[in-house]
Design a protein around this ligand. Structure first.
Ligand code: AMP
Length: 397
């Protein structure tokens, strides 16, 4: 496999799959959050600095029937240009004569952004023909879109077939892979995983995988109450998945067998409604009254979790501890985030992997105080679950 860092792009035209699927302002179409664009800059700069030319391709949103102005990548040009501190050219198609003309004319050190790949249905269908048309624009293929690496789309996986000797992934994917490896394969003990979020059902595969790898597993969020109910606890109106009560018991058994310390929240912040204005109180997680629901972990649970996290050397966090979108139920998630930052400061390696914990770490302005914040929600979850991602396999195979 070719190593991106060692490859010399001098005189080469590289087509780079990036993830510029960024949120835009609904009326002005300005970029609201440039995290994903920033994440691609080092890869783009390396190619330019080597003396190569860069063709960027990405999707944006979910256009259903061909081109739509609100999903045009032209809206990200000025943001990208500011971050790169150089001019970025744009072509209003990603294949066809105009794209070919501009790709032919591009010189070393220049950057050309192609229009939204998903204006063609062939992209998500994984069309070989479409992939070939994209491939014909360049000499080298670089995939740096970790957020779509779990999809076998034309630009994320199929296109690689056209570059048997000139395909590689960029700095961002390399960093995501290395981070997961530091947590799951080459970790330093004690290793702690924190898994929260809404449901057991969506986290069951990752929990089972983690039980083979970690010393401590902290459970939080809505899934807590399925575990508590499985052992006869009273959970009131808390979120419950009755189909997963046996699964919850099996997880607890497996943790014992594997010598994993499983931390379930001893207490909870409960509310008499799913609202920021609801009345709240703190109670034992297994003694929640009939009309009340657990919406955050309580002070005892926070203290136990924080203590465990602060004594860890490797930390993985996926999923919030409570309904952190509402201020009343933010404390558990916030204290966990702060504990991760504090452990990182003391030398631990910390990976924030998965959609809502990424939103939480950003909300508390702690993103720069942890080791790595993943850019791929679904992709990171699948990767942590041990699945092989088509976008990565296409490069390594
Ligand atoms: P997930 O995508 O599975 O990580 O779930 C994230 C969502 O879980 C967030 O929107 C949280 O508001 C929600 N959540 C966290 N804790 C609870 C809870 N105790 N009850 C209901 N929803 C929760």
């Amino acid at each position: 496999m070719i190593n991106f860092t060692e490859y010399n792009f001098k005189g080469k035209k590289a087509i780079v799959r990036v993830d510029f699927n960024v949120p835009l302002n609904k009326s002005t179409y300005e970029v609201r959050d440039d995290t994903r664009i920033r994440a691609a800059i080092p890869t783009i700069k390396k190619i330019i600095n080597d003396g190569g030319a860069v063709l960027l391709m990405s999707h944006l949103g979910r256009p259903e029937n061909g081109p739509e102005d609100r999903f045009s990548l032209k809206h990200v040009v000025s943001c990208l240009s500011d971050l790169l501190e150089q001019k970025v050219d744009f072509v209003c198609d990603c294949i066809g004569s105009e794209a070919e003309r501009k790709a032919n004319e591009i010189s070393a050190g220049e950057v050309l952004l192609l229009e939204n790949l998903r204006f063609y249905k062939q992209e998500t269908a994984g069309s070989k023909e479409f992939a070939k048309q994209l491939a014909n624009l360049a000499d080298v293929y670089v995939n740096d879109a970790f957020g779509t690496a779990h999809r076998a789309h034309a630009s994320t996986a199929i296109i690689a077939q056209n570059f048997p000797n000139d395909k590689m992934y960029g700095y961002l994917i390399a960093k995501e892979i290395e981070s997961v490896s530091k947590v799951l394969n080459n970790s330093i003990s004690p290793v702690t995983a924190i898994v929260g979020g809404a449901k057991v059902s969506s986290k069951i595969v990752i929990i089972n995988e983690l039980l083979e790898k970690v010393d401590n597993l902290i459970i939080g969020g809505g899934m807590t109450y399925t575990f508590i109910k499985a052992f006869g606890g009273k959970v009131g109106k808390s979120l419950i998945e009755n189909d997963y009560l046996i699964t919850a018991k099996e997880i607890i058994e497996k943790a014992k067998e594997n010598n994993v310390r499983l931390i379930l929240p001893k207490d909870s912040v409960v509310a008499d409604g799913f609202s920021n204005e609801a009345r709240t109180l703190v109670c034992d997680s297994s003694e929640i009254k009939d009309k009340w629901m657990g919406l955050d972990i309580g002070p005892k649970a926070i203290a136990e979790s924080v203590n465990c996290i602060e004594n860890s050397k490797t930390i993985l966090w996926n999923g919030p501890m409570g309904v952190f979108e509402m201020e009343q139920f933010q404390e558990g998630t916030k204290q966990v985030a702060l504990a991760i930052a504090s452990a990182t400061k003391k030398g631990a390696f910390s990976l924030i992997g998965g959609g809502d914990s990424v939103a939480a770490i950003n909300l508390f302005n702690l993103a720069d105080q942890v080791s790595h914040v993943s850019t791929g929600g679904g992709a990171m979850l699948e990767y942590l679950e041990g699945k092989s991602l088509p976008g990565i396999k296409a490069i390594t195979a």
